[in-house]
Write a new protein. Structure first.
Length: 322
């Protein structure tokens, strides 16, 4: 587990970081906490000749209930009094990511930008050499869905579904300036390209609408070991009720597809309906039936699919008025 050699850059501004990236002819990665990128480098998973650290850029560290900088550490989100008071679902979710030690280094930006995961990808070079390489690293075929020409690795970040149900916007800055992308339009169905961010663009921060502070929200994840593991199914729900009448409802999942999934086409139609036991069963089963997890992370696709229904029912019942 020795890191390959690379040139390390430590810019102090966003403009400097983008300029360095531009000069690397595509042979670079940005690094924040390094808790995802560097273990992958040790496994010789697509290492680059240049690594550009974002840790020296002061403006990326802000934490407030309407704006979170990409370099905000998970531990600082977990302990933010302001977020606990105004948007408790964000620290609640951050506290479930990895381990306390990893949360000391891991960041919000790195969590959103997390590389997709797969049994055939997250392995040592030695393992991959014996099995055959996959499409995403050194090979030419996806070993999960060989008949397809895209990568089916699973998106496994915890924060993205929470940012989606809260209606957040991701801010990117690159050679062509700054642009904003809605979190629901950010991710793309290919485990290699993963999202609409251009290689030289930096994710600078997340904007959270102030209205999100009026919604109730929750996040629950299924994982092998509660002490440290990635979600193999994670569910996020935001809701606003007037007594039992649904005024706002959004549901998102992670760990079950190449991207986090949002189900507005189902939940928008429920605005104005009463939150009843029957509605909870119907919406949970409807969402569960639309998802087909791949056989490329822990637990069987059938079990993870069944758990979507179980978790959604459990979470939605938690919002029922007493
Ligand atoms: C044992 C273990 C358990 C883990 N468990 C979980 C878990 O339960 N849930 C979970 O979600 N994650 C988990 N992780 C993954 C990881 O620790 C976290 O996702 C963490 O938040 C990643 O942040 P980072 O700053 O370390 O990212 P890095 O490793 O620095 O970067 C990750 C990726 O994002 C890119 N990137 C980072 N910041 C930016 C930016 N601002 N702009 C553009 N690109 C950027 C990098 O180029 C890289 O591709 C685990 C990791 C380990 C080793």
């Amino acid at each position: 587990m020795i890191l390959p050699a690379f040139q390390y850059h430590q810019p102090q501004t966003i403009a400097e970081a983008v300029a360095i990236a531009n000069s690397c002819n595509g042979d670079f990665d940005f690094v924040s906490g390094g808790t995802d990128l560097l273990p992958n480098y040790k496994d010789r998973l697509n290492p680059r000749a240049n690594v550009i650290s974002l840790s020296g850029i002061k403006e990326l560290y802000e934490i407030s209930p309407t704006k979170i900088g990409a370099m905000a550490r998970l531990v600082d989100i977990e302990n933010s009094k302001n977020l606990h008071e105004r948007l408790p679902v964000i620290p609640h979710t951050a506290a479930q990511i990895a381990t306390p030690l990893i949360r000391e280094s891991g960041t919000v930006g790195g969590n959103i930008m997390l590389d997709t995961r797969c049994f055939y990808f997250n392995q040592t070079w030695f393992w991959r050499d014996s099995k055959d390489y996959c499409l995403k690293a050194d090979g030419d075929t996806c070993l999960v869905v060989p008949q397809e020409k895209i990568c089916y690795a699973t998106y496994s970040g915890d924060l993205a579904p929470v940012f989606m149900i809260l209606g957040t916007t991701f801010v990117l800055e690159g050679p062509d300036g700054r642009r904003e992308v809605s979190s629901q339009n950010f991710f793309t169905h290919d485990g290699i390209t993963r999202n609409v961010k251009l290689p030289e663009e930096i994710l600078t921060h997340v904007i959270i609408p102030s209205q999100a502070q009026t919604w109730r929200a929750n996040y629950m994840k299924l994982r092998v070991r509660d002490s440290m593991d990635f979600p193999v199914m994670g569910a996020a729900i935001a809701i606003e009720l007037n007594e039992r009448t649904i005024e706002y409802l959004r549901i998102a999942l992670t760990g079950v597809a190449t991207t986090p999934l949002l189900f507005d086409e189902i939940t928008d139609a429920l605005v104005g309906d009463q939150l009843t036991e029957d509605l909870i069963d119907d919406v949970s089963d409807d969402i569960m039936n639309r998802v087909t997890p791949y056989r490329n992370v822990a637990y069987s696709p059938q079990y993870r699919k069944a758990m979507i229904g179980v978790y959604l029912k459990r979470m939605l019942r938690g919002f029922l008025p007493a």
